[in-house]
Design a protein around this ligand. Sequence first.
Ligand code: ZN
Length: 203
Amino acid sequence: MRPMPPADMIEDVAIRFEPADEIISWARASFIEEDADLMNEDHAHLRSATIGALWTNVPNGRHGRRIIGQAEMGLPPGSKWSRARVEFQLQQWFGCVPDFVLTFDAEYCSVCSDVAFAALVEHELLHCGQARDPYGAPRFRKDGRPSFALRAHDFEGFVSIAARYGIVESGVQELVEALKKKPLFTAEEVGFCCGTCEARKAA
Ligand SMILES: [Zn+2]
């Protein structure tokens, strides 16, 4: 059973952000853990990551395209007070500052298909990467945990999304190549737009 946003959230005119721990438990059981139903090895480093998820009813878009998901580092860059304010809010929601924070559009997620929701969550999880050294080897912190970093679509792991869901993402040749293979799921096209991708395109 996939997680669903609170029913009263979508019609609410007030700004709402609500922690969605159920998305992360579901994602771990579905994609991340070693015994996950649809385990994807590209998420293996996330077994030791803390991830916070939020539902929101705030519409988001860019250049006429609707944005329905976004992945960020837990604590974004900024001034001391900006960061402290974010840290305060994250503590209220999650009891910690997670390594990553994912945000999902409640309205879209309440009406999309199960496959589209799974593809969206996996897409955002793939942005949650492990930092690499200049030779391409994964980086670790002194305490042995992976050193985390956001990653863009040029990461080859995004190919696994196309292989699993058959998503068409224009301008990415590897994805097109992956689409020539038989997808794990039905080749349903999922035309969603992600805030993390759009921010990177603009940068
Ligand atoms: Zn994206």
